[in-house]
Design a binder for this molecule. Structure first.
Ligand code: NG1
Ligand code: ZN
Length: 531
């Protein structure tokens, strides 16, 4: 067949050089960058097939390993509505990534048959990448894959992961916005400026914001945004990738959250709020140092509660009682946050398995769903019913209701509903703090986190561990859960669970207890039990 030429080309240009099995996990394929070229080429092929199955709608390919260190890279596919690749295709992606060069042709044809793709249709694929030095080469491999099956690639160069999700969504649904980086700024930053006109700065809120850019793409984009701001925010940017700063090394949202330490490369002033982004700009946490230089972290749970409580307030002011708002978390959510949401905010909570696709999916079952992983990945999704109801109030309600509904409409516009987005989330947070006239300590005062600890353990086979009940219970190996229960029972406010990572070859251990010392001890004991 004519495809034969294609596969000969692939063998030469992007040969499979490794026998290591690779799996499409919670964040697509992720491993050492030098093992990925053939995988990305093949994802170019798969994206074309997927686009045709979706009647020629655009599919995205993002080259990134997010918060991982520089030597790693990764690739993930984005579905037409800007969502993560449909789960049933993960197995197909894995199969295609692992076949030998010799079997690539027959496997591709098998896949085309299996998914019933009409290969005569047009196909469109958007390709973006993060700032890693290995990314351009991988993006080129993706382009080759797309062209090989006669699809049309469009390269976006260096963009945040959420920007590419946004562009894919807009390309397939032009009511959402313009599918370009500029279109993204217009929508999100535009909505923020609009809100600032309606909500003048007051009280303890201060427009100075420090940003840790993780030496990645997010900081670079904030630098572009900074130039278009007009006093709405005064940004001090750090870790923008210059001065020998290494991507995600001792900085960025994941470092801050997991190590519970402030990043290097940021000038610290007591009580100054700092927003820390991750390497591809989809995660956000805040923190500040106090007078004793102690770090106070405001993580994804904290952002979720802030956004959910504010939207709830606006909904009340709109007098739209039919709209149900709910929150989605994972087992990593701090127990104190869950308690605060349920008992104080009286907002329903769902707990799901780790991985944004699970959170996103669960959030869609509410009229307005707020979802966040504790690590700072999350967003808000609004149903069409919610949007229509709010729009109607904005036009026809009583003056006070109209005002609240108009604020809410701007808030919706500022949200990147396709996926967690550090930049969009940052503007959401700044809006709520400004609306309430709150400084970072007032934000922090809502509830007190339980001390917690995250550890990773390297084991022979991480898949020997299986879990149930949103990963809070361990079903194998036999006896492990009983051991964990025993250890936990010795600690006041103790909680702990283990699960195999979907992005690294490790088992993650999480623990909480009444003191940091106890949380650390419990984590160490559970890690010992796993090992
Ligand atoms: P794994 O490696 O499966 O724990 C990590 C994060 C996830 C998610 C993915 C994708 C934790 C504990 N886990 O997954 O929440 O963000 O990376 O980046 O933070
Ligand atoms: Zn990320």
């Amino acid at each position: 067949s004519s495809l034969r030429v294609v596969y000969a080309f692939a063998r030469e240009m992007h040969p499979k050089t490794s026998e290591v099995f690779i799996q499409y996990g919670t964040a697509g394929f992720r491993t050492k960058a030098n093992l990925l070229e053939h995988v990305v080429y093949r994802m170019g092929l798969l994206a074309v097939i997927r686009s045709r199955v979706k009647n020629g709608r655009t599919i995205g390919i993002m080259i990134t390993a997010s918060h991982n260190l520089e030597p790693d890279n990764g690739v993930k596919l984005i579905d037409p509505d800007g969502e993560m690749l449909e789960q049933s295709w993960e197995e197909i992606a894995t199969r295609l990534a692992n076949v030998s060069d010799n079997d690539l042709e027959s496997t591709t044809e098998q896949v085309i048959k299996q998914v019933n793709a009409d290969m005569s249709l047009k196909a469109s694929v958007f390709i973006g990448m993060d700032t890693r030095y290995t990314s351009p080469r991988l993006a080129a491999a993706a382009v080759h894959g797309v062209i090989a099956l006669k699809g049309t690639p469009k390269e976006f160069g260096i963009v945040t992961t959420p920007m590419l999700h946004y562009c894919v969504k807009c390309r397939n649904d032009n009511t959402y916005g313009t599918p370009t980086e500029e279109g993204y700024y217009e929508k999100i930053v535009g909505a923020f400026k609009n809100l600032r006109q309606k909500l003048p700065v007051f009280g303890e809120y201060n427009t100075t914001l420090y940003i840790d850019g993780a030496n990645g793409v997010g900081g670079k984009k904030m630098n572009i945004i900074k130039k278009s701001l007009d006093g709405e925010l005064d940004l001090n940017l750090y870790n923008l990738g210059g001065n020998g700063g290494k991507l995600n090394l001792n900085c960025g949202a994941d470092f801050v959250k997991v190590s519970q330490k402030p990043p290097v490369g940021v000038e610290h002033v007591p009580f100054q709020r700092v927003a820390s982004l991750d390497g591809d700009g989809d995660r956000l946490v805040y923190y500040y140092l106090d007078n004793d230089n102690k770090m106070n972290l405001l993580d994804g749970d904290r952002i979720a509660t802030l956004l959910a409580s504010y939207v709830t307030e606006l909904l009340k002011a709109c007098d739209a009682p039919a709209l149900k708002l709910g929150l989605v978390q994972t087992a990593y959510a701090n127990g104190a946050s869950t308690r605060y949401i349920t008992e104080d905010l009286k907002i329903p909570v769902t707990c799901v398995k780790t991985g944004v696709k699970h959170l996103h999916h669960a959030a869609l079952s509410y009229d307005i769903g707020v979802y966040f992983e504790a690590n700072g990945h999350g967003t808000v999704v609004y149903s069409n019913m919610a949007k229509n109801t709010i729009s109607k109030v904005a036009e026809e309600g009583e003056p006070e209701q109209r005002k609240a509904a108009q604020l809410l409409l701007n808030f919706i516009d500022m949200t990147n509903e396709t996926v967690g987005d550090a930049i969009s989330d940052l503007f959401l947070v700044e809006t709520v703090l400004c609306a309430r006239g709150h400084n970072v300590q007032q934000w922090m005062s809502a509830y007190t986190d339980l001390p917690c600890r995250q550890l990773k353990v390297t084991v022979q086979d991480r898949n020997a561990i299986s879990t149930a009940d949103a990963e809070r219970q361990c079903t194998s190996p036999e006896g492990l859960q009983t051991k964990i229960d025993d250890l936990v029972s010795k600690y006041k406010s103790g909680r702990s669970f283990v699960r195999p990572s979907g992005t690294e070859d490790v088992v993650r251990v999480y623990s909480e207890a009444d003191t940091q010392e106890n949380a650390d001890k419990l984590a160490a004991e559970v890690a010992q039990a796993v090992f």
